[in-house]
Design a protein around this ligand. Structure first.
Ligand SMILES: Cc1cc2nc3c(=O)[nH]c(=O)nc-3n(C[C@H](O)[C@H](O)[C@H](O)COP(=O)(O)OP(=O)(O)OC[C@H]3O[C@@H](n4cnc5c(N)ncnc54)[C@H](O)[C@@H]3O)c2cc1C
Length: 371
C-alpha cells in the first residue's frame, strides 16, 4: 500500500488567529499533518485587557493566554523563537537565532509593529519613548514607569496616538498614576483629529471622559524627543515617559522575505487570506493586508478572519476550495475609560456606563479563558 507523505504545517506567531486554531484543533485534528508553532513568547498578552491591567483591575496572568499549553493540548510542537526571515520560493523560514524550518504550508500571524516614523529615526530614547508593540516589552516598561512615578513628586507621561487604543491607554495610565500621586500629569498628543474613523457621538463621549480624567489633549503632531521633552508641531512638553500608540507598520521580519508585501511591510493577501505571490502561504490579522478591499487592522478581523483562514489551511491541505472572509460592515467596539467605566460603539450608535465595562470584562474574559 502507498504511504501518504506527512505534510508540514508551520504556524508563525501566537496571534488571535492561531490561538483560535489551536483551540479548535483537538476536535478537528488532521491526520498526516505535522504542525509546529513558532512564537516569541510562550504566552500571548491580550491587548483588549491591557488597559485594564495598567489600571490595576487585572493581574498579568488574567490577561495572558498560555500558547505553549494550547500547543501541548492540540499536539502541536511549540518552538519559542522569533521569525527572522521567510524564503517562500524555497518553502523555508529562518528564526533570528538561525533555526531553519521547511514547510508545505505556512500560516503567518505575527501581528505588526508600532509605526515610529514620527520619531524621525531618533532611537536614543528607546527607554523613554515606549512603543505599545511588542506588548510584552511594553508590559515590562510600564511596570518601571509605575516605579519611577512612585519615586517622583511630579511625573509627566504623554501618550501619542489618535485611535481607540491611544484613548484607552491614556485613561488607564491617568487612573493608575493618579492612584500614586494626584500631582502626576498625563497628556494625549493626537495630531489634528482624535478618533477620525469613529462616529461623532462616540467621539464626543470619549472626549468627555478624557475631560473627566483631567487629561490634556494636545492637537498637534509629535515629531521628536529631546532632553526630557516631547517635541510637537505646536509646542514641547515635559515628558518623563512617552507611550507611542501611533498605528501599525509591517513586522520587522517582512523586510527579509520574498513574499509580496504592500504598504509598509504587510503581507498582501486575497479574500481567502492567501498570499497573492505564494499560494502555500496564508496570513491573517495585523500581519496582512487584503488587496481586494479595505479591512482595518484590528483584533476583531484577526479573530473572525482567523476562523476562515484556519478552515482554509485545512482545505488547502485536503485540496478542496477555499472560502472568502467577508468582514461585517459594523463591529462592536468597547472602549474602557480607566476606571470601571466603558463606552460602546456599534456603527452610529453608542452608549456608556459601568455596565458596559462589565459587559466588556465578560467578553474579554471569555476570550482569554476559552480552552
Ligand atoms: C491597547 C490596545 C487595545 C486594543 N483593543 C482592541 C479592541 O478592543 N478591539 C479590536 O478589534 N482591536 C483592538 N486592538 C488592536 C488589536 O490588538 C490588534 O489588531 C490585534 O492584536 C491583532 O491581532 P493579531 O493576531 O494579528 O496579532 P497579535 O495579537 O499582535 O499577535 C501576534 C503574536 O505573534 C508573536 N510574534 C510577533 N512577532 C513575532 C516574530 N517575529 N516571531 C514569532 N512570533 C512573533 C507575538 O508575540 C504575538 O503573540 C487593541 C490594540 C491595543 C494596543
Amino acid at each position: 500500500m502507498k504511504k501518504t507523505a506527512i505534510k508540514k504545517l508551520l504556524l508563525a506567531g501566537g496571534g488571535h488567529a492561531h490561538i483560535g486554531l489551536l483551540r479548535r484543533l483537538p476536535t478537528n485534528r488532521q491526520t498526516g499533518t505535522d504542525i509546529t508553532l513558532i512564537s516569541e513568547q510562550p504566552y500571548s498578552i491580550y491587548s483588549g485587557m491591557l488597559p485594564g491591567w495598567m489600571a490595576g483591575h487585572y493581574d498579568l496572568a488574567e490577561i495572558s493566554i498560555d500558547i505553549k499549553a494550547l500547543c501541548q493540548k492540540a499536539k502541536v510542537r511549540f518552538v519559542p523563537a522569533c521569525v527572522g526571515q521567510v524564503i517562500a520560493d524555497a518553502n523555508k523560514l529562518v528564526t533570528t537565532d538561525k533555526q531553519s524550518f521547511d514547510y508545505d504550508l505556512l500560516s503567518l500571524n505575527t501581528g505588526a509593529d508600532t509605526a515610529m516614523q514620527w520619531l524621525n529615526g531618533d532611537v536614543d530614547h528607546t527607554d523613554t519613548v515606549v512603543p505599545i508593540r511588542p506588548l510584552h516589552h511594553f508590559v515590562e516598561r510600564w511596570q518601571q514607569i509605575l516605579i519611577e512615578a512612585q519615586r517622583s513628586d511630579v511625573y509627566h507621561l504623554a501618550v501619542v496616538g489618535a485611535g481607540a487604543a491611544a484613548t484607552e491607554l491614556v485613561m488607564a495610565a491617568k487612573f493608575a498614576l493618579q492612584g500614586i500621586n494626584n500631582n502626576h500629569k498625563v497628556s494625549l498628543v493626537c495630531g489634528d483629529e482624535l478618533l477620525a474613523d469613529f462616529d461623532k457621538n462616540f467621539k464626543r463621549r470619549v472626549i468627555k471622559q478624557l475631560d473627566r480624567h483631567n487629561i490634556e489633549i494636545i492637537y498637534a503632531r509629535a515629531k521628536g524627543y529631546s532632553e526630557g521633552r516631547l517635541l510637537t508641531t505646536a509646542q514641547s512638553l515635559n515628558a518623563d515617559a512617552v507611550i507611542a500608540a501611533t498605528g501599525v507598520t509591517g513586522a520587522a521580519w517582512t523586510r527579509d522575505t520574498d513574499i509580496k508585501t504592500v504598504e509598509d511591510g504587510f503581507i498582501a493577501v486575497n479574500s481567502a487570506q492567501q498570499s497573492v505571490s505564494h499560494p502555500n502561504v496564508f496570513a491573517v490579522g495585523d500581519t496582512s493586508t487584503r488587496v481586494d478591499k479595505v479591512v482595518a487592522h484590528s483584533g476583531v478581523h484577526a479573530v473572525f478572519g482567523g476562523r476562515v483562514e484556519a478552515d482554509n489551511l485545512l482545505a488547502y491541505l485536503n485540496n478542496v476550495p477555499l472560502q472568502d472572509y467577508q468582514p461585517k460592515k459594523r463591529t462592536l467596539y468597547l472602549l474602557s475609560c480607566g476606571d470601571k467605566y466603558a463606552i460602546g460603539s456599534w456603527g452610529r450608535y453608542s452608549l456608556q456606563g459601568r455596565w458596559v465595562w462589565e459587559l466588556k470584562r465578560q467578553i474579554d474574559k471569555r476570550f482569554v479563558e476559552a480552552s
